[in-house]
Design a protein around this ligand. Structure first.
Ligand code: PEP
Ligand code: MG
Length: 755
């Protein structure tokens, strides 16, 4: 074989010309393989393309029997070609037939060829096919020849990706690129979203593959690497990157990689083989990705992800832009697909067009997930491989109820989801029709239905859902999505904005509830063994009185002249409330001394989330204007089950005797003390458990905005006294073993109550 140093350049140039010519796809492929064979002095050159049924089909050949084209096929993992596709790695063999994976395909007539070099046709880490050259003589292909063939395969990847080969694909079959894929993840936000993929990290499409001037491209690469390194150093020296923690760790790794000789050498080699700097980065990135998909070690996978991110940054440096979809191209029903993203980035998208979010990573507590939930869009996280498998504008379904993502769904699946969505929409319309209906039970009990919120994006739901106010405003969310501690003025402006948007409807602000699973990155406390029982909420606020006073001040000023309610989370002893109230009093006095207007009316409340308060109910109620039960935490502490641990969180039933009796005691203490009692945990969001709450005497609840309609539909059909009678009797019957949940379900069914 002749020296190839000039070979790849000449070949790539020829291929570029072939790609530009107005040819039919088969003709173009045939000429491409002929060209490669000639250039590489190979007797055979063949292209196999991966179909959606995991079969690699021979699409073109120079040297093998032409009659085998579109007939010869191998399963993924079968034979040498199948092995290359499955492993996404090249095979370089001097005696192919001696390889254990060799499978003889008689129709091809390949038995006379001994040496074999096959490379995967890769795009964003996925094997779309295999490109092979063969020779009669037994020989080992040189490293630079392998490189050259891999580079050539990029051109073919483009051809497959553009969909050009569809025309020559047998009817009824699809290529792998358009294969429907279902991914199972975790549900982080309920609901169903149908739409089209928008990749969050713009995938820069490198169209200019071939370089005209190697030295110039090497120079461009060196410059881009230089600026990349500087930008990483800049990020590392920024003050808001704390001295330790994962942010710094990631950046440190990036820095290490950006100086990695092996990586840089590979990039330079690809340029010397004739690629532009961008194409070189893409090629090396594609290989890294292919390896990443197969890695099972989570640590190594994470490191490969870092390389991938770094390559994206480098591509952006080189191309000078981050090809975000322009507003005109942004689909009206977009499903954002990302590996991970910041909360602010999600808010940057046109809100009315975003129908769902798919993350390869994420957790229920990640900020972007909190924001997505506030926006009311379905979210599926931990969706492995979603980014690599999706292409911009692919059809996609996010099923947040079932924790699934369906990419390029088949028509039947699409239709059944469309039906589901229509059904939901009809129900939503029925609920919306109730929005101005007074929440009176059948026996005339007036129930207060409020909603929970925490971000400005929540607020439009207030009127849409017909909630009477905000029963729980989680102020920590503003802190959780910020990168630095919100200043006093920022807090004030935020609360002012909330009150402005809610108008005459009341808002109950809860002071900071951080700690536990609510992490604020810039407020790092020492590592705790048991964070749920640790330094959090009111405990932290009382130890940092400056923080609490700042928050009180911001609230008082924002609510000047208006009515407002505030409450403290995670109270354990009444004494804590007294201290908090003194701090509030100091702020009130300060405001009046300064001659500033005070709120017209202020109510001071406590959340009941710690069981110890159950034995201080009368003292508690003497101290506060109202009590709000945080059933999520109360249940966690009462039953000793971590609310974030899926293994135990559903082990006990919140509709069981112990918990309902506990809640009933609280309601009775409220009646005894004439103190309003409400409940703002998740229990209020499910019609069946909300019904139980009304049965034990609650007359006010606060819930997710989406639950207001369904809960109202339930109560309009409920005779609360009739339920109270049955439910109280069952709760008081120490001997009974009937399940309370079953009793509630039966009651609802017998009385035609929608739950
Ligand atoms: C609760 O604990 O029930 C509650 C409403 O507060 P959070 O969910 O914010 O802890
Ligand atoms: Mg709580």
């Amino acid at each position: 074989m002749r020296d190839l140093s000039a070979g790849p350049r000449v070949l790539l140039k020829r291929l570029r010309e072939l790609m530009a010519e107005p040819l039919e796809p088969q003709e173009r492929l045939d000429r491409i393989v002929r060209q490669i064979a000639q250039n590489m002095v190979a007797e055979v050159c063949s292209v196999y393309v991966l179909r959606s049924d995991s079969v690699l089909e021979l699409y073109a050949t120079e040297g093998l029997n032409k009659t085998a084209v579109h007939l010869a096929q191998l399963k993924m993992g079968q034979g040498l070609v199948g092995t290359i596709a499955a492993s996404a790695r090249p095979l370089n063999l001097s005696d192919a037939q001696a390889h254990p994976a060799f499978t003889y395909l008689p129709e091809t007539g390949e038995e006379i060829y001994h040496s074999f070099l096959g490379v995967p046709i890769l795009r964003t880490g996925r094997a779309l096919g295999v490109l092979v050259v063969q020779n009669k003589a037994m020989r080992n292909y040189r490293e630079d020849e392998v490189e050259a063939l891999e580079t050539t395969a990029m051109v073919l990847a483009e051809m497959v990706a553009t969909g050009e080969l569809k025309k020559i694909t047998k009817p009824g079959l699809e290529l792998d690129l358009s294969r429907p894929v279902s991914i199972e993840g975790n549900s982080y936000g309920e609901g169903i979203g149908l739409g089209y993929v928008v990749l969050h990290e713009p995938r820069i499409v490198v169209t200019n593959l071939l370089n005209e001037d190697t030295e110039h491209e090497l120079q461009r690469l060196a410059e881009a690497l230089g600026s990349l390194r500087i930008s990483i150093d800049d990020m590392l020296s920024r003050r808001d990157v704390s001295m330790e923690g994962e942010h710094r760790a990631v950046l440190e790794t990036y820095r290490m990689f950006a100086h990695d000789r092996g990586w840089v050498r590979k990039l330079e080699e690809a340029i010397r083989n004739g690629l532009t700097a961008e194409a070189a980065v893409e090629r090396v990135q594609s290989e890294t990705k292919a390896r990443m998909i197969r890695l099972t070690d989570p640590y190594l996978r994470e490191r490969m992800h870092d390389f991938d991110d770094l390559a994206n940054r480098l591509l952006r440096q080189l191309s000078g832009y981050g090809a975000k979809l322009s507003a005109a191209d942004f689909p009206s029903d977009a499903i954002i697909v990302a590996r991970a993203m910041g909360a602010a980035e999600l808010l940057d998208y046109p809100r009315e067009n975003v129908r769902g979010l798919v993350l390869e990573e994420g957790a229920v507590t990640s900020h972007v997930v909190i924001v997505a939930r506030a926006m009311g869009i379905p979210v599926v996280g931990q969706a492995a491989g979603a980014v690599a498998l999706a292409e911009n504008r692919d059809a996609i379904i996010v099923d947040g109820d079932d924790a699934k993502v369906h990419l390029r769904p088949v028509a039947d699946l699409q239709r059944s989801y469309e039906e589901k969505v229509r059904f939901r929409a009809r129900r939503q319309a029925q609920f919306r029709a109730l929005k101005d209906v007074e929440p009176l039970t059948k026996d005339g009990k007036r129930i207060t239905l409020q909603m929970n919120a925490g971000l400005l994006v929540d607020l439009p739901h207030l009127n849409e859902a017909g909630a009477e106010g905000i029963g729980l405003f989680r102020t920590e969310l503003q802190f959780m999505i910020a990168s630095t501690m919100p200043k006093a003025e920022e807090q004030e402006a935020f609360y002012r904005n909330v009150l402005k948007q809610t108008g005459s409807k009341p808002v109950t602000f809860r002071t900071l509830d951080i700690g536990g699973d609510k992490v604020v990155p810039y407020f790092r406390a020492a590592e705790e063994e048991n964070p749920a029982l640790g330094w959090r909420a009111i405990r932290l606020s009382l130890d940092r009185p400056g923080l609490l006073r700042t928050q009180f001040r911001a609230m008082l000023r924002a609510a000047a002249g208006a009515e407002f309610k505030l409450m403290l989370p995670m109270v354990t002893e009444v004494a804590e409330l007294k201290v908090a109230r003194e701090l509030l009093q100091k702020e009130i006095e300060r405001q009046s001394k300064l001659g500033e207007q005070l709120p017209r009316k202020l109510q001071f409340g406590a959340m009941l989330e710690v069981p110890a308060l159950l034995w201080q109910l009368d003292e508690l109620m003497a101290e506060v204007d109202f009590v709000s039960v945080g059933s999520n935490d109360l249940f966690q502490f009462a039953m000793a089950v971590d609310r974030g641990n899926a293994r135990v969180s559903d082990r006990f039933d919140s509709l069981g005797r112990p918990f309902l009796r506990m809640l009933r005691d609280i309601v009775r203490a409220g009646e005894r003390n004439d103190t309003p009692v409400t409940l703002c945990g998740e229990m209020a969001s499910k019609p069946l458990s909300a019904m139980a709450l009304l049965g034990i005497g609650f007359r006010s609840v606060s819930m997710a905005s989406t639950a207001v309609g369904p809960v109202k539909a339930m109560l309009l059909a409920l005779d609360a006294d009739k339920l109270a009678e049955v439910l109280n009797a069952a709760l008081d019957d120490a001997k009974s073993e009937t399940s309370i949940r079953q009793l509630l379900v039966d009651f609802a069914a017998a009385n035609g109550i929608p739950v």
